[in-house]
Structure formats: structure tokens, C-alpha cells
Ligand binder design. Structure first.
Ligand code: HEC
Length: 144
């Protein structure tokens, strides 16, 4: 056995830590957005234990999520740009996982993670510009 059991335990702790703030019933947008986090955690687990099927399935799920209507929360050109980059990177991740290229998949996952951070930065800047009438109930770091 490799270190998969320990990693699964660690990931389990991470997942349970992330769900402890869900005391209030989640709104649909939040449920949708939190699915991204679950798929990302699953990709990390897949990378850690070299499970290419798990990586490919979860990154494909991310691509599909980003193609749904609910994804288009903001109607800015920059949001569309981040979404396009995100899809490109999740597709690259699926491809490298199918080719069983562990280093390539790890790098692609880093790109995807950078996309998460960049798009959320954009959302915060839009929301800060609209603090009088916030468009989104953000928990991405903006104090309202
Ligand atoms: C193209 C833009 C975009 C990308 C890329 C993106 N997100 Fe998001 N994310 C959003 C939007 C929009 C929201 C909703 C913000 C709000 O409610 O104010 C959101 C919200 C979230 C939330 C919920 C935050 C809360 O309110 O509790 C999580 C978790 C999340 N994203 C995770 C991720 C992860 C993980 C990735 C990368 C795999 C990612 N996101 C990539 C646009 C994006």
C-alpha cells in the first residue's frame, strides 16, 4: 500500500473543515460553486495517489460545470476571459490525465488553481466597485 490511506484521511479532514461553515442552508449559486471545490479536492487526491481516472473524471466535471448557464454570474468581458482560460486548462488537465502524464497533470492542475484565484480576484474588484448595491452575496473576502 502506498501513502493513499494517509492522504485520504488528510483530505477527509480538509473536506470536513470546509463544510463546517455551512450552518445556514446554501443558496443554489453557493451549492453550484462549492461543487468546484469538491471536484478540485478530488483532483488533488487523484494526483496524490496517481489515480488518472479520478483526475480525468473530476476535471471533466469542472469543464462541464463551467459550461452551465449558472456559471455566468458576471457579464463582464474579463469574466468571460477567465472562464475561457479555465475551460482550456481543465481540458488540458483531462487530456494529460488520459495520457497518464502525472507531471503534466500536476502542472495543469496548478494552472486551474491559478484560474480559481484570478477569477475570484476579478469578482472582488467588481464587487468593491459596487459596494452600495452589491450584486452578489460574496464570501470571497469582501466586507459588505
Ligand atoms: C470564471 C470565474 C471563476 C472561476 C475560474 C472560479 N470561480 Fe469560484 N466563484 C465564481 C463566482 C462568480 C462565485 C460566486 C461569488 C459570490 O457568490 O459572490 C464563486 C464562488 C466560489 C465558491 C463559494 C464561495 C462562497 O461564497 O462560499 C467557491 C468555494 C469557489 N468559487 C471555488 C472555486 C474553485 C475551487 C475554483 C477553481 C477550481 C473556482 N472557484 C474557479 C467564479 C469563478
Amino acid at each position: 500500500m502506498r501513502c493513499s490511506t494517509a492522504l485520504t484521511l488528510i483530505l477527509g479532514v480538509v473536506v470536513s473543515l470546509n463544510t463546517t461553515d455551512a450552518e445556514q442552508p446554501e443558496k443554489p449559486v453557493e451549492t453550484f460553486m462549492h461543487a468546484k471545490l469538491a471536484h478540485s479536492q478530488s483532483i488533488l487526491e487523484g494526483l496524490a495517489v496517481e489515480d488518472f481516472d479520478q483526475i480525468a473524471k473530476s476535471s471533466q466535471a469542472l469543464t462541464l460545470l463551467s459550461e452551465e448557464a449558472g456559471w455566468n454570474v458576471l457579464q463582464t468581458a474579463e469574466y468571460a476571459h477567465h472562464s475561457e482560460l479555465f475551460r482550456r486548462n481543465t481540458r488540458a488537465l483531462t487530456e494529460t490525465a488520459r495520457r497518464q502524464n502525472l507531471e503534466g497533470a500536476t502542472l495543469a492542475f496548478i494552472q486551474v488553481t491559478l484560474n480559481c484565484v484570478e477569477c475570484h480576484k476579478h469578482i472582488r474588484s467588481v464587487q468593491q466597485a459596487r459596494l452600495d448595491s452589491p450584486a452578489l452575496p460574496s464570501r470571497l473576502g469582501v466586507v459588505q
